[in-house]
Design a protein around this ligand. Structure first.
Ligand SMILES: Nc1ncnc2c1ncn2[C@@H]1O[C@H](COP(=O)(O)OP(=O)(O)OP(=O)(O)O)[C@@H](O)[C@H]1O
Ligand SMILES: [Mg+2]
Length: 330
């Protein structure tokens, strides 16, 4: 994306290889393993390059095992890369400078980061003390955010007794207490019910707009991505294969369009006849929906108009969710 200001996140050729011990099956394998350890290398992130401008909210997409969490962990300084460079707010994350620690937050939706055996308020309070957040700012932030996230009445509940959604909201508050300039969110809505997902989403959109926090977000829920991110980076097998506007994903990767025609007697058209136009998606009284290769859309429309008593015709893009699913299935 073209921007005149310096990027907040700058990643160049970032690579991470994990070495894992591989055990051969059975007892024999275990014995053999005692003498000859066999290692296998997983290239989790391969030569990844991108940059993010101040205030951007970028979606980081990819199937399971694509390298998203590994990338975020490197940017948060939890992992050392095997090679490559990164700078966030001018800091090299894995040098773990205190100045950097105070300016970013990482939320791992799959992991509990709060103190399990404390009431939520005390757990937040401990976080605030670690970061040296002034009392009045702490009180104000907690009051405001618990209100927005609808967990005000949960502050005195032990963290381990909170529901998944309530805990995630508290985690989010904890991550934002020190007003980070950069936020890495790894599946912040995972496992939440649709209402909580929506609450968290709206909260993030608001927060990003108001605070101009730079956010890199992963989610397997396309609703999160569609509602929050104009730009997406798609990664697969550790390699980036798309970086651009979400709206361009459909143009680039959708091989099909959906054509709906309205005509009397649509329900009676023989399926074999319709198959020559494209894949029949829906057949109802008075309408038909067909999935048609992009490059055949015009000719199929012509043929349909010639051969059937068409009264109306609609051409739509395949939903982005389906396009992404199709990309991941490749
Ligand atoms: N500590 C580790 N040791 C060995 N291999 C690892 C380690 N962490 C991750 N990997 C491997 O690196 C690859 C990328 O994993 P990563 O967790 O980054 O994927 P992801 O994109 O976050 O996937 P998901 O959508 O399932 O969360 C996977 O093949 C994973 O098995
Ligand atoms: Mg992950």
């Amino acid at each position: 994306m073209q921007t005149t200001t310096a990027p907040v996140i700058q990643v160049q050729g970032l690579t991470k290889a994990f070495r894992t011990y591989k055990k051969e099956p059975g007892f024999g394998g275990a014995i053999k393993g005692l003498f000859h350890r066999r290692y296998e290398q997983t290239l989790a992130v391969k030569d990844v390059t991108f940059s993010v401008a101040p205030g951007e909210l970028v979606g980081f997409l990819g199937p399971n095992g694509a390298g998203k969490t590994t990338t975020l962990k490197m940017l948060a300084g939890l992992l050392h890369p095997t090679s490559g460079k990164a700078q966030v707010l001018g800091y090299v994350p894995w040098e773990r400078d205190d100045g950097y620690r105070r300016q970013f937050a990482l939320l791992l939706g799959q992991k509990n980061q709060l103190w399990w055996d404390l009431p939520a308020r005390e757990s937040l309070d401990l976080n605030a003390k670690i970061y040296g957040i002034p009392r009045d700012l702490f009180e104000r932030t907690v009051a405001e955010m618990t209100e927005l996230l609808a967990v005000k009445d949960k502050l005195n509940v032990m963290v381990r007794e909170l529901s998944l959604g309530e805990r995630m909201k508290m985690e989010l508050i904890a991550a934002l207490l020190h007003q980070p300039k950069v936020l890495f969110l790894d599946e912040p809505t995972i496992g939440l019910d649709v209402v909580s997902q929506k609450t968290v989403r709206e909260f993030l959109r608001e927060y990003n707009a108001r605070q101009q926090t730079t956010i890199l977000l992963t989610s397997h829920y396309m609703a999160d991505i569609q509602e929050l991110c104009r730009r997406v980076i798609i990664i697969d097998h550790g390699t980036i294969f798309f970086d651009g506007l979400l709206s361009e994903v459909v143009d680039r990767f959708a091989d099909f369009k959906l054509i709906t025609i309205h005509c009397a007697g649509a329900q009676n058209c023989p399926k074999e006849d319709l198959a020559r136009y494209g894949e029949l998606v829906e057949q109802q009284a008075g309408s038909l929906k067909l999935k048609v290769k992009r490059d055949r859309v015009i000719s199929v429309c012509k043929a349909l108009l010639d051969n059937l008593p068409v009264t109306d015709i609609d051409i739509e893009e395949v939903p982005i969710e389906d396009v992404i699913r199709q990309i991941f299935a490749r």
